[in-house]
Write a protein that binds this ligand. Structure first.
Ligand code: FAD
Ligand code: NDP
Length: 525
């Protein structure tokens, strides 16, 4: 199902013109037929990294008849945490995060239940047990690790739970716990992903990262989350939702690169739900405070030093490659000097023609699972099935799974105005009230949706933003429409599904230019 949806995101061979992005689909691309396969190599393809991108690429290559090996090796965190096959998404990313987000949402539903007539215990206090949730999450992960191994086995992909490093362009050293050997391949795909960054401050090692959080043996308790982007906001959101006291430290703006009006609605909502946000603060040091607690000192906005004691400090300040073990010099693979990512061209090829890079490790690519998967599948088809189709990086939808979710596809308002100018863009917007919020009197103050369209015919939609419940589910279908270059007239003439929150996008008529009040009115008229 997921593969089908993602296939819809991929540009077809036909020439397609997006008004706001350089088209690359019409460029011709070299492909490699099976006759080009080097029969002297052990493998046609060796994939280093068994995460979202690497698994998708290796399975697709095997489906196309290639002899494939995958190497996956997880270096333990500084706190000793490690995990199985599948990479970040399944073990320490999207999946455990979504399950813990869901646990927090269930808590909200419990709080709403009495208003809907459910006769809960009189004091309404329903305690949450971290270990029950953590164990359920870890069981789900372990089942997935197993399924990946079975899939590789059934496709006859050789899996090595081993560290890969280059000896030369086509020779890989395979090092596992017990032994070392070499294998050769016509092509090598790097899909080694990223790992969380620790700040360069005294005592940083006393903090944890998302690599440790989802398997913690006891509740994180009072937590400081440092970082104002996806990981920081999502983790702070579900920890608060589980009933824990959480402070969130944001050194500048929330969700850099996102539509800032929507990003600020998300943090307004978090503050409204009781989250203490430490704006424009930067951590200075962490020291032991006894009883397994940590004292964190930070520099606040007004230049003062402040301190607080926490049970857990969670660094969510970005992610970086760990390329040193790969010995990339041996294959002459060039890296971006700033962030250490692998420089690739439109075909995902590195500076070495037989070495490719996909997913998070590739320079300039969105760090998202469906991107890594689609890129890996398309690369395998180009290498082994005479395909010439490239990945379309222009229209990547995403959702931030904060307590109030935020989904978007296309340009932010700022980016659209910068690219096309204010006169060329029409911004439609409205606040709305989800029907399910009415009976429990849940505040809908931050529920909001926005479309940005070009004013010139055919009035192509260039950005859709949705802040509200189930934003991921809502945004996916609109992303398909935008991939087909939907216009504002087509969107507005689509028949709504009532009563839903998604219909609010279809119903948008008020433009910012008109100055009319975008606040919610009425229900069914
Ligand atoms: P990875 O999945 O990271 O896989 C790389 C693998 O290679 C790892 O197993 C690594 O240990 C291994 N490896 C590294 N070096 C070597 C070597 N030398 N030899 C052998 N193996 C090696 N994305 C979304 O789309 N939606 C979400 O909701 C979402 N939530 C996220 C939540 C969190 C907390 C985080 C951290 C990320 C989230 N992401 C999400 C991002 C997503 O997880 C990544 O974009 C995706 O996993 C990248 O896949 P990849 O194949 O590039 O790398
Ligand atoms: P990001 O790189 O997106 O953001 C890092 C955040 O940390 C920024 O707010 C940054 O602030 C802040 N920061 C950086 N350095 C410091 C420092 N030294 N002290 C204090 N704050 C600091 O990283 P994330 O880890 O949040 O996310 C990584 C990627 O993972 C995302 O880009 C996304 O693609 C993917 N992801 C996707 C999810 C989804 O699809 N729902 C969920 C989670 C992750 P500033 O802006 O000032 O630089």
């Amino acid at each position: 199902m997921r593969a089908t949806l993602m296939t819809a995101m991929i540009r077809t061979g036909a020439k397609q013109c997006c008004p706001y992005a350089a088209c690359s689909s019409s460029r011709s691309v070299a492909y490699y037929s099976k006759s080009a396969i080097d029969t002297n190599s052990n493998y046609d393809l060796v994939v280093i990294g068994g995460g979202s991108g690497g698994l998708a690429c290796s399975k697709e290559a095997a489906d196309q008849g290639a002899r494939v090996a995958v190497l996956d090796w997880v270096a333990p965190t500084p706190h000793g945490q490690s995990w199985g096959l599948g990479g970040t998404c399944v073990n320490v990313g999207c999946i455990p995060k979504k399950l813990m987000h869901q646990a927090a949402l269930v808590g909200n539903h419990l709080a709403d239940a009495a208003a809907y007539g459910w006769q809960l215990p009189k004091d309404h206090h329903v305690p949450h047990d971290w270990n029950t949730l953590k164990n359920a999450v870890q069981d789900t992960i372990k089942a997935s690790n197993w399924v990946y191994r079975v899939q590789l086995n059934s496709k006859k992909v050789d899996y090595f739970n081993a560290l890969g490093s280059f000896l030369d362009s086509n020779t890989i050293k395979v090092t596992d716990k017990k032994s070392e050997k070499t294998i050769t391949a016509k092509y090598v795909v790097l899909s080694t992903g990223l790992r969380p960054t620790y700040p360069n401050i005294p005592g940083a090692e006393l903090g944890l990262t998302s690599d440790d959080l989802f398997s913690l043996k006891k509740s994180p308790g009072r937590t400081l989350v440092v970082g104002g982007s996806y990981v920081g906001l999502e983790c702070a959101g579900f920890l608060k939702g589980l009933g824990l006291p959480v402070d969130l430290m944001i050194r500048s703006i929330p969700l850099r690169g996102f539509d800032q009006q929507c990003a600020n609605l998300i943090t307004d909502h978090m503050s409204g739900e009781g989250m203490n946000i430490l704006w424009r603060c930067s951590p200075l040091e962490v020291v032991e405070a006894g009883n397994d607690q940590k004292k964190v000192t930070w520099l606040s906005d007004d230049g003062k030093k402040e301190s607080q004691v926490y049970d857990t400090v969670l660094w969510a300040i970005g992610r970086q490659p760990r390329l040193q073990p790969l010995n990339l010099q041996a294959a002459n693979v060039q890296l971006n000097q700033k962030n250490g990512k692998v420089i690739v061209d439109d075909e995902e090829r590195s500076s070495n023609p037989s070495v490719f890079a996909i997913g998070d490790i590739a320079q300039g690519r969105p760090e998202l699972t469906p991107v890594a998967i689609s890129t890996g599948q398309l690369l395998a088809r180009r290498l082994f099935a005479k395909s010439s189709r490239l990945m379309n990086y222009d229209m990547i939808p995403t959702t931030v799974f904060t307590p109030l979710e935020y989904g978007c596809v296309g340009l932010s308002e700022e980016a659209a105005l910068k690219k096309f100018g204010e006169d060329e863009c029409e911004v439609y917007h409205a606040f709305y009230g989800p029907y399910e919020y009415t009976i429990p009197h849940r505040s809908s103050e931050q529920c909001y949706t926005k479309i940005i369209a070009l004013r010139d015919d055919p009035k192509t939609v260039i950005g859709i933003h949705f802040v509200g419940p189930n934003a991921g589910e809502v945004t996916q279908g609109f992303a398909a429409a935008m991939t087909c270059n939907i216009t504002i007239d087509q969107l507005q003439s689509t028949v709504a599904i009532h009563p839903t929150s998604a219909e609010e996008i279809i119903k948008l008529r008020i433009t910012k230019r008109s100055g009319l009040d975008p606040r919610a009115v009425g229900c069914c008229g």
